[in-house]
Design a protein around this ligand. Structure first.
Ligand SMILES: [Fe+2]
Length: 429
């Protein structure tokens, strides 16, 4: 039986069915759970919840009226029985996630990140097609996927964002929305956003272009430049996205603002309102950076993609006009000067593929040296940590002198990062 109780009545052994607040606002990664300790109750109390729904079929009920007993002490531990430090997944709050940050390397996270990304991509494709035929937006349909993305980004800050540039898909619109979510969450995590704000950014990013569904496809996919009338039509899409979100249940103002203001620009030249600098909500600014980065690094009908390194250089050059300078600098820090998957040219004439980044030394990533091929044409990789090598100050130190397009050399970065056993063998530990 589902029963609403006050938070003061909550005790160990009860099963929480619903925290009574939106997924966007509460700080826990899972709502439904059995209360196992007084610490959990304290955390719930600290977040200002007044009432809560419990499921008495799965846990204890409230004490009968007139019982008069105080809340029992849970888990009274003897000195010989130290409290376990194991953290249950449902206990993960923003603070605990931060403490656990970057506990695994890129190569240890990449398989898990691939699974999470692919599942999210598949479900978003289905979800978007349902919304297109009139199904109302339901945040519950995306909540657990977005929480999985967030957990992956906290285990390793680089793996998931690297993945979005390693794969190419035909269907731009929803793949772009998924990628913007991943990139905006990555930047949000770098900026230490708390869990509720991260969720708002993830949802806002996922739905930022939803309004394009209402704009004629011939305008959206026009191969040439848009005329004034077409551009005016395109400019309606942030408002249309915001309208769709406003009509959905439990969507916060912050999420709606993400969609409405994702084309505003720092210097005031954006739309729909021409907001400037800090007038643009921070979450919307994060999404606009992610949006521009993904768009520039993707093939479009009207132009070819630009490399991640070159894209960041162009975006950095546009700081203070297009974007907040500090935010662009943070985007570079969180993706790397040479983002994972970049093909770099070395002073020795060799080429290397960036496979990991040292967040304290962005100029010297870990690369796979691409020396050549064997008789069957298979590349022979060798892993080199440029940061470690640079400390030796040897005359023979390899340095990055430029970047090149992997396609030009028929190199598939995904092959090295996702399937190359020698990468895992060489880079682990
Ligand atoms: Fe847009």
């Amino acid at each position: 039986m589902i029963k609403t109780i006050s938070v003061q009545q909550l005790k160990v052994g009860m099963y929480i069915e619903d925290l009574g607040m939106s997924w966007l606002n509460h700080p826990f990664l899972r709502t439904r759970r059995l209360i196992k300790s007084d610490q959990e109750i304290k955390k719930i109390e600290q977040h200002g919840l007044l009432s809560i729904k419990i499921n008495t079929a799965k846990g204890d009920d409230v004490d009968p009226p007139g019982d008069g007993r105080a809340r029992p002490q849970a888990m009274i531990l003897s000195p010989a029985e130290p409290q376990s430090e194991t953290i249950e997944p449902e206990e993960l709050t923003s603070e605990i996630l931060s403490a656990l940050a970057d506990t695994v390397s890129v190569q240890d996270e990449i398989a898990q990140a691939t699974r999470v990304y692919n599942e999210f991509l598949n479900r978003t494709g289905i979800f978007f097609s349902q919304v297109q035929i009139g199904k109302p937006i339901n945040l519950a349909d995306v909540a657990s996927d977005l929480d999985e993305l967030i957990q992956s980004i906290f285990r390793n800050r680089y793996a998931l964002s690297a993945l979005v540039k390693l794969k190419t898909f035909d269907e731009y619109t929803y793949t772009h929305s998924v990628n913007v979510s991943v990139l905006a969450l990555t930047l949000g995590r770098f900026l230490d956003f708390p869990l509720p704000k991260l969720r708002a950014v993830g949802v806002g990013a996922l739905f930022h272009d939803l309004g394009k569904m209402a704009i004629p496809e011939k305008i959206i996919n026009k191969p040439g430049p848009l005329n004034m009338e077409e551009f005016k039509e395109i400019q309606k899409h942030p408002y249309l996205s915001a309208k769709l979100l406003k009509n959905a249940d439990h969507v916060s103002r912050e999420v709606i603002e993400c969609a409405l203001f994702h084309h505003e620009r720092y210097g005031g030249q954006g739309y729909p309102r021409g907001l400037k600098a800090n007038e643009i909500p921070l979450a919307a600014q994060v999404i606009s950076l992610a949006d521009v980065y993904d768009a520039m690094t993707s093939d479009r009908i009207y132009r070819k993609k630009i490399s991640p390194h070159e894209t960041l250089r162009i975006m950095y050059a546009g700081r203070a006009v297009q974007f907040d300078p500090a935010l662009v600098a943070n985007l570079v820090k969180c993706l790397g000067v040479y983002p994972i998957g970049s093909l770099v040219k070395l002073n020795t004439g060799e080429m290397g593929l960036v496979v990991d980044i040292d967040s304290y030394d962005l100029m010297h990533p870990k690369i796979i040296l691409i020396n050549g091929s064997d008789a069957s044409g298979r590349h022979l990789p060798q892993v080199l940590d440029l940061a470690r090598q640079s400390e030796e100050k040897s005359k023979n130190t390899r340095r990055i002198v430029g970047v090149d397009a992997p396609e030009k050399w028929n190199i598939d970065p995904a092959k090295y990062l996702l399937n190359e056993p020698s990468f895992t063998a060489c880079c682990s530990g």
